[in-house]
Ligand binder design. Structure first.
Ligand SMILES: Cc1ncc(COP(=O)(O)O)c(C=O)c1O
Length: 426
């Protein structure tokens, strides 16, 4: 087990004071902070190795190309892919999921076909499929969650059939925290019996849970570097080689080809075929450093750490806040990750989020790009605290103490009379 207090030393931003208080950063599901090691790797690349990749014979270009390729290898190892060339670098997970919808989908989804997804998807794993269905005359079928926010295999059994071409499902909800990997594994077997593919959104899973694409049995997996200590602007699409090899590029242009005449084109090998134009080499180098950092901590330990923080959060919420706060998603920390979405009774999520900022606590408020899920829960939005490797129990205590103060000031907050001084007693 790693020591989160030691980990914190790698993140100078955590020493910032916000409105006179030490920053408590609990918005990790939106994006994580970056350790010195990641920033240093990016700086080193730009200061000493920068050149365009795959285009030059000169030393710098060779170095940059090697660093870029090695980044693919490290990511492949991190998710236990069979080979590095099954790893395609994208801009983010949103682009990765769009890539599958508009390459595989446009060719393989036909009128009358069905795409199965769930009500708890992030819009990024919902809207590309809906658009594909519209363009191809197909239908989207949504699997519901239980009232406690879980996904049941039996619900997939009811809707996956010979018309199904794609099952698009998250491995962890960015609102409910529900970890669905065990269900997804079974769904993958079911979908494959009908010749459908399974596309997994790993945006909240890969950064937090040991990931083995072979064990998951899915066909595609997408995730974003910036949610796992890496920089923004680099994401990953892992795909099963047999399927990737059949696909044409999503975006075509430089680097995607082996040969072009005025009449014909021969597409490049994997993964370059899908990485059109000058890639984000610095981002890839940063992502590699992030993956190395997480590997050093140990992904089992990362999962244990977050499970413990969630367990502690539930305990403290129960002890201190009772019925004043409604938490969404499964109550068992074993089946959920480090995302805790909640509402304070009688207060809007925005009011609570703004008040928490007065205490230096950064949370996300709103519908978290999961509008249909919030409508399903029957709420306008929620406050979301989400943890990562540098969060500690004292920060949970600060969240709870601040929420207590906010609850005690509820009347004033409702009428908008509260400002920073009232909240923090200064
Ligand atoms: C489950 C899930 N999927 C997709 C995304 C989209 O991520 P990005 O904006 O990095 O593409 C997010 C981001 O919050 C997410 O939580």
């Amino acid at each position: 087990m790693f020591d989160p207090y030691e980990v914190r030393k790698d993140f100078p931003i955590l020493n910032r004071t916000i409105r006179g208080r030490r920053l408590v950063y609990l918005d990790n599901a939106a994006t994580t902070q970056k350790p010195r090691q990641v920033v240093a790797a990016i700086a080193k690349y730009y200061l000493w190795h920068n050149a365009n990749v795959h285009r030059g014979l000169h030393t710098l270009s060779q170095e940059a190309s090697q660093m870029y390729e090695e980044a693919h290898e490290h990511v492949a190892k991190f998710i236990n892919a069979r080979s590095w060339d099954e790893v395609v670098f994208t801009y983010n997970v949103t682009e990765a999921l769009n890539l599958v919808a508009f390459t595989w989908g446009m060719v393989n989804v036909n009128p009358g076909d069905e795409i199965v997804t769930t009500v708890m998807e992030h819009h990024s794993n919902m809207l590309p499929w809906r658009r594909l269905a519209r363009l191809r005359g197909a239908k989207v079928v949504h699997v519901d969650v239980t009232d406690s926010g879980e996904l049941l295999y039996e619900e997939f059994e009811k809707v996956v059939n010979r018309r199904t071409r794609v099952v698009a499902v998250t491995l962890m909800s960015n609102v409910l925290g529900t970890i669905t990997a065990d269900v997804v594994k079974r769904v993958a077997r079911l979908a494959h019996e009908y010749g459908a593919i399974v596309v997994a959104d790993g945006a909240q899973y890969v950064p937090h849970v040991p990931t083995d694409v072979r064990d998951l049995g899915v066909d595609f997996l997408g995730f974003s570097g910036h949610k796992m200590l890496g920089p923004m602007g680099i994401g990953v699409l892992w795909g099963r080689r047999e399927i990737l090899e059949e696909l044409e590029p999503f975006k075509s242009g430089g680097d995607t080809i082996k040969d072009v005449t005025l009449e014909s084109v021969v597409w490049h090998d994997l993964p370059w075929r899908f990485e059109a134009g000058t890639p984000n080499v610095g981002g890839a180098v940063g992502l590699r450093a992030a993956v190395e950092y997480l590997t050093r901590l140990g992904m089992d330990a990362v999962r244990d750490h977050e499970r413990e923080l969630v367990r502690y959060t539930f305990k403290r919420f129960n002890e201190e806040l009772g019925d004043e706060v409604e938490v969404y998603g499964p109550k068992d920390p074993e089946v959920r990750g480090g995302v805790v979405a909640f509402n304070v009774r009688g207060l809007s999520h925005h009011a609570v989020g703004m008040a928490l900022d007065m205490f230096g606590i950064a949370v996300r408020t709103g519908k978290h790009c999961a509008h249909p899920l919030h409508y399903r829960l029957g709420v306008e939005g929620s406050v979301r605290a989400s943890y990562y490797v540098y969060n500690v129990k004292e920060e949970v205590d600060e969240l709870v103490a601040s929420l207590r103060t906010i609850i005690s000031l509820k009347d004033k907050l409702q009428t908008g009379e509260v400002d920073e001084r009232v909240c923090t007693g200064t």
